[in-house]
Design a protein around this ligand. Structure first.
Ligand SMILES: C[S@@+](CC[C@H](N)C(=O)[O-])C[C@H]1O[C@@H](n2cnc3c(N)ncnc32)[C@H](O)[C@@H]1O
Length: 261
């Protein structure tokens, strides 16, 4: 068997999902493996009854990663008051809906928090595997009567490179805010979020072109660009005008010239 970067398989306990796994593998142009073959892949996208899950086959005992907008954890995050969420303070949310491009959707947890507050979020994801997981999770959440009614009109997924999407915006389509959260360089093994991102990095790589995304975003946002970084990281990036600190991360804010703030 030729080693694959990413492959699709069906949950071994759910043979009825094999046809769905075949379809998904064909759509993503990646191999579909039987459970006994999964060691051949560096990353595995598993079709489960709960949704699409990304797993690291070298760590079978570590739980897979799956965006789930109906989980108690996401519901709790969405219910925290806006003024107590550094992310919402950083994007300048003051109760009025903002138009946001989340240029690096990933598992869309941040996009979900902004949408839950009332923002209209276009979440852009260029990696087809992550985009497939996200589309599946958004469809499931959209079918939930309580969450779907507000999530569907506020959070939409666009698959592609955000730099291209931004470059193609007409003047009237420019968002209030562009939000950027590219992969942090690998480091600690501790936090749960870190674990999730370690698994995602198996398919996305390191986002080494982040600087060009920031440059594109600064030219496009009407009000501000917000970049999530590790709390104490200092880098060769332009100096932000504001920052909002959370427990382990920091939101750096670049205000647009003549922005209302
Ligand atoms: C760290 S994750 C984002 C996590 C996200 N904020 C969340 O709440 O789950 C970064 C994601 O951005 C995506 N990405 C990086 N650069 C991009 C670009 N130029 N256009 C679209 N997606 C991009 C990567 O593929 C990866 O899935």
């Amino acid at each position: 068997m030729v080693p694959a970067v990413v492959a699709v398989t069906a949950d071994p306990d759910e043979p009825a999902l094999r046809a769905a796994a075949d379809d998904l593998a064909a759509r993503l142009s990646v191999p579909r493996l039987e459970p006994a073959q999964v060691g051949c892949a560096a990353a595995l996208l598993v079709v489960t009854p709960r949704g699409l899950e990304l797993r690291d086959p070298s760590q079978p005992r570590v739980l897979g990663v799956r965006p789930d907008f109906l989980s108690p954890r996401m519901r709790r995050r969405a219910s925290v008051r806006a003024g107590r969420q550094p992310l919402l303070r950083a994007v300048g949310f003051r109760g009025q809906p903002l138009e946001v491009i989340d240029a690096t959707a990933g598992l869309a947890r941040d996009a979900f928090v902004m949408a839950a507050a009332g923002c209209r979020v276009t979440a852009v994801e260029r990696n087809p595997v992550i985009a497939a997981m996200l589309r599946d999770a958004l469809r499931r959440a959209g079918e939930d009567p309580a969450v779907g009614s507000w999530l569907r009109p506020r959070l939409c997924l666009v698959e592609g490179d955000a730099r291209e999407l931004i470059a193609a915006l007409a003047e009237h389509q420019r968002p209030d805010v562009v939000y950027i959260d590219t992969m942090f360089p690998p480091r600690s093994k501790s936090a749960l979020a870190g674990k999730e991102m370690r698994v995602c990095r198996l398919v996305t790589g390191a986002d080494e072109d982040a600087a060009s995304l920031l440059e594109a975003a600064i030219g496009a946002a009407r009000r501000r660009v917000v970049v999530k970084r590790r709390l104490h990281d200092r880098g060769p990036w332009p100096r932000p005008q504001l920052h909002f600190d959370a427990r382990s991360v920091r939101y750096d804010v670049y205000l647009a010239a003549a922005a209302p703030g």
